[in-house]
Design a protein around this ligand. Structure first.
Ligand SMILES: NC(=O)c1ccc[n+]([C@@H]2O[C@H](COP(=O)([O-])OP(=O)(O)OC[C@H]3O[C@@H](n4cnc5c(N)ncnc54)[C@H](OP(=O)(O)O)[C@@H]3O)[C@@H](O)[C@H]2O)c1
Length: 254
């Protein structure tokens, strides 16, 4: 797979110490992009991703808690210093913090779920915007199928946060379009990463695969390929404010 226009692009992939972000970082490197590999707590994961990136291209390793404004400012400044600018921002960092019913959820947990999944993408985007305006770059936010159907047991607030990401994408696409910046959402279904090792039993994963028209759960690479498509101006240059669902048909909307 070669998207010629991604060669030499400066790409920051948040949450690339693991799973979908790691797969996207390596695929971008395969196109000849300079890749900012970001981690929060999993330093060895970040180092592993960077080593893979360097097999194909170049990149740098960056650390930040994406909920923290000061750390996000430092992250973007360090990336721009290393790369000389920023063309593509992938707001992938995020997670379900735990399966907790709404009825039993402490306010702090609610706030943290939104900070981890929504504020993180908002902060990175706002801080990166001056550089994206210079490059007429693009943004891919990572939402979730949960944002469409409300999530499974104990993930309702995570689902609500991801729905906010979907809507924020549309708002960003409207606001940044005149500056030549495209913004889209990647919407994964059940993807076999560390996320579901933590939060789903093997039985649940097997049951979801059985209910999926294509008969399996997704891989991180399935999603990463969609992220590359949305990032390429050659492939998706007239697509903005949209979402791309990669879920094997698990959830379809007309
Ligand atoms: N797997 C699925 O089925 C699925 C489905 C729909 C949507 N998604 C979304 O896809 C994205 C990637 O998930 P994944 O499946 O690849 O999970 P993952 O393997 O657990 O990766 C999550 C990434 O997010 C980072 N992260 C979490 N909290 C952070 C914070 N406060 N600040 C900075 N980074 C933070 C983690 O960093 P460290 O490990 O370094 O701490 C890690 O790199 C997430 O936004 C997730 O919600 C996943």
């Amino acid at each position: 797979m070669i998207y010629e226009d991604l060669k030499d692009k400066r790409v920051l992939v948040t949450g690339s110490s693991s799973g979908i972000g790691a797969a996207a970082a390596v695929l971008f490197a395969g196109q000849g992009a300079f890749v900012g590999v970001h981690y929060f707590q999993t330093k060895d994961g970040g180092e592993k991703t960077l080593a893979e990136v360097k097999k194909y291209s170049d990149g740098c390793l960056l650390q930040a808690d994406m909920r923290d404004e000061g750390q996000v400012e430092r992250l973007i400044a360090d990336f721009v210093k290393a790369a000389g600018g920023l063309d593509i921002l992938i707001n992938n960092a995020g997670t379900l913090l735990g399966r907790v019913d709404i009825e039993a959820m402490p306010t702090e947990h609610f706030e943290d779920e939104f900070a981890t999944n929504v504020k993180s993408a908002f902060l990175a985007t706002r801080v990166a915007l001056p550089y994206l305006k210079q490059s007429k770059g693009c943004i891919v936010n990572v939402g979730s199928v949960a944002g469409h159907h409300g999530g499974g047991s104990g993930s309702g607030i995570y689902a609500s946060a991801k729905a906010a990401v979907h809507t924020m994408t549309i708002a960003m696409a409207k606001e940044f379009g005149p500056a030549g910046i495209r913004v889209n959402t990647m919407v994964p279904g059940l993807i076999e990463t560390r996320f579901h090792e933590k939060f789903s039993t093997p039985q649940r994963k097997a049951a979801v695969a059985k209910d999926t028209p294509l008969g399996r759960n997704g891989t991180a690479e399935d999603v990463a390929k969609g992220i590359l498509f949305l990032s390429s101006n050659d492939a998706a240059g007239f697509i903005t404010g949209e979402y791309l669902a990669v879920n094997g048909g698990l959830y379809m909307r007309a």
